[in-house]
Design a protein around this ligand. Sequence first.
Ligand SMILES: [Mg+2]
Length: 79
Amino acid sequence: MPTNPDPFVLIVAMEEAGEFIQACSKVYRHNGGEEERRALSEEAGDVLAMITLLEEEGLVDLKILNEKRIAREVKHRRN
Ligand SMILES: [Mg+2]
């Protein structure tokens, strides 16, 4: 873990997470409209990009990330 993490990357990650939350809400409110689904895909890409940058900064551990991701997928997958 870096002793002096870059605040810019953390702040942009927070902003993108907020945009992703808002896009999820709009898909729900607009019953899965095409434009809203496109916006959700774009925001998901932004979040993934920020996760990559956080990993490059030494702030995200990909081993922990993947273990948690798999557990969450198993818990919530509908089929
Ligand atoms: Mg965004």
